[in-house]
Design a protein around this ligand. Structure first.
Ligand code: NA7
Length: 552
């Protein structure tokens, strides 16, 4: 305990009980620290608790979208499919929480509204919606990158007499679409998963598309028992490669039964026939790692266009009505500049007679009315409207809380021109506050579970180090933060990724500052940087000890 602290004061409060918060709790317990998790929902799971829409799956393959830190968990859990469904992922997270005995330190149905740093006591005072205050020396935000969903500011939504459903807040009870007229707004990863399932059941489905997305087939399938066994046997090596950023998904794993996809070369190094064969091979195997067919795909316009055009040709082959196919062809941005979607039967769904594509270019949405959706091309009468319109990514969940640091500095003020962090882990002006996969880290531009584990372990090691040297306060310096923000921007702008308006830059939220929020240099290089920072005594952070009055 630091001098002056009440003996029962917690060492850490962790906000959020998803993949990040759960492992953080486990890791802090290993260091003998007392931590409590505060979770808004009634159960563990975070985004995998709320996103329970039909067809919801992870677009990263199951055997690598799971904790790698525990041999026990790897040994005991069996994934049934290549891409796990949301219910299976939630069951896995529940299993991990129970197996590690985490629930006794989690308070459910507890939404955090504010977190203020009390400099004199060197404590974070965290307030919850039910009016309680809990104090701890450290506050760790495990609030997720895609957890703050949003309804668009289309006028009239509340006037609609039918049912309104948000993909990220799907009702508990299954919704019966039989015979119903359904409108779906949004054709990102969520919409593309929902549309084929709903269309198969509904009377008629109208898909309201604003921007056509690039989507590749999942080629989902049950996992064969010998494949699963091989993954378990090879787990140590798989973990090593995942952490170094050498492999991304099943297609790259060196397990019996399937040859790994050869590493990409630049498009220019390949003949047209070789390029076509490489694209066809990735398409045949499925999954978003199509993005790396060519090693220069996200940096070279020509390489990118070759990969993009291949998908357009596939769309034209699959979709029978040439006019509909053209509207589904993405042309307005580089492939990979928004997250590539992974689907099952998405494009083929538009061959159904009971599915209509309403494209923004022909009929932009003007309003939701009592009866349905009004566009410039007419009014569509509907029984149900599904909004799959995305998230206030990276910063939404953090800025929903009133977070105040040293001398009352407000996070909303600090970030008014865009998020600023050091390594996506710490913030100047906010002592003893950590963000897991915060803005400025690889976060969603990686297998996020791998990134979560790296942050959790780094934070855990940092707190061990502080204890060992008697430090009670850590804070990123302004200079380190400024340098990191610049570096994140430079790395991103060397690629095609910031060339389009996406949620990566906050462009999907009206009024949000447009700043590129993700480190896209890769999880391997990023891990090396974080390790070097730690080895240099947490370079770029100021570590200090406070006396009984809180003074340094
Ligand atoms: P996304 O990828 O942000 O997709 C949201 C979709 O909703 C996208 O097609 C948007 O079109 C569309 N949208 C948003 N606002 C509107 C309005 N006002 N009118 C019409 N269409 C609109 O969210 P998802 O939930 O699908 O996926 C998020 C991540 O979750 C995904 O990347 C995976 O990592 C998992 P736009 O492209 O902005 O024109």
């Amino acid at each position: 305990q630091p001098p002056g602290a009440a003996p029962d004061t917690l060492d850490a409060i962790i906000v959020g009980a998803g993949f990040a918060g759960l492992y953080m709790l486990h890791r802090l317990r290993q260091s003998g620290l007392r931590a409590m998790v505060l979770e808004a929902g009634p159960d563990v799971g975070g985004t995998w608790y709320w996103n329970r829409y039909p067809g919801a799956r992870c677009d990263v393959e199951s055997v690598v979208y799971s904790y790698s830190f525990s041999d026990e968990l790897v040994r005991e859990w069996n994934w049934s499919e290549k891409f796990a469904t949301q219910p299976e992922i939630l069951a896995y997270i529940r299993f991990a929480a129970d197996r590690l005995d985490l629930r006794r330190d989690i308070r459910f149905n507890t939404r955090v509204t504010a977190a203020h740093h009390d400099g004199a006591a060197n404590l974070w005072r965290v307030q919850t919606e039910d009016g309680r205050e809990i104090a701890a020396h450290f506050c760790i935000m495990a609030t997720g990158c895609l957890s703050s969903s949003r309804l668009p500011d289309i006028p009239g939504i509340s006037a609609f007499k039918g049912q309104v459903i948000q993909s990220a807040h799907w009702p508990d009870e299954p919704v019966d679409f039989t015979g119903k007229r359904v409108g779906i707004i949004g054709t990102g990863s969520s919409g593309i998963q929902i549309i084929p399932i709903v269309a198969a059941q509904a009377g008629h489905t109208h898909v309201f598309q604003r921007t056509a997305a690039y989507s590749v087939p999942a080629r989902n399938a049950p996992l064969a028992p010998d494949y699963r066994a091989a993954v378990k046997v090879g787990h140590g090596e798989i973990r090593r490669q995942l952490r170094a950023g050498l492999i991304h998904g099943n297609s790259d794993l060196r397990v019996p039964g399937e040859e790994p996809v050869p590493p990409g070369r630049t498009a220019a190094e390949m003949t047209p026939a070789e390029r076509e064969a490489a694209l066809e091979e990735r398409w045949r195997r499925g999954g978003a790692w199509y993005m790396f067919t060519f090693s220069d795909q996200v940096v070279d316009r020509q390489a990118n266009e070759i990969a993009a055009d291949f998908i357009r040709r596939k769309i034209r082959q699959i979709v029978k009505d040439p006019a509909v196919a053209e509207k589904l062809c993405p042309t307005s941005y580089a492939i990979g500049a928004k997250r590539i979607c992974v689907d099952t039967n998405y494009y083929a769904t538009f061959n159904r007679p009971d599915v209509t594509l309403v494209d923004h270019a022909d009929a932009p949405i003007r309003a939701v009315t009592e009866k349905g959706i009004r566009t410039d091309g007419g009014e569509y009468e509907l029984d149900v409207i599904i909004f799959a319109t995305g998230f206030d990514a990276m910063t939404g969940a953090l800025l929903a809380m009133d977070i105040r640091g040293r001398d009352g500095l407000c996070l909303r003020d600090k970030w008014q021109d865009g998020p600023r962090t050091y390594l996506g882990l710490g913030l100047a002006g906010f002592p003893n506050l950590f963000t897991i996969t915060g803005p400025g880290s690889p976060s969603v531009f990686s297998n996020v579970v791998v990134s979560i584990e790296q942050h959790v372990e780094w934070i855990g090691d940092c707190l061990d180090h502080m204890k060992s040297i008697g430090a009670t306060r850590i804070e990123a310096t302004e200079q380190a933060e400024t340098d990191w923000v610049r570096h994140v921007g430079e790395v991103a702008h060397a690629t095609l990724i910031p060339t389009t308006r996406s949620w990566y830059v906050g462009a999907n939220i009206p009024g949000k500052p447009n700043v590129f929020m993700i480190y896209v240099g890769g999880v391997g290089p990023y891990r090396d940087i974080c390790n070097r920072v730690a080895a240099a005594g947490y370079a770029g952070f100021t570590l200090s000890a406070t006396d009984s009055t809180g003074k340094e």
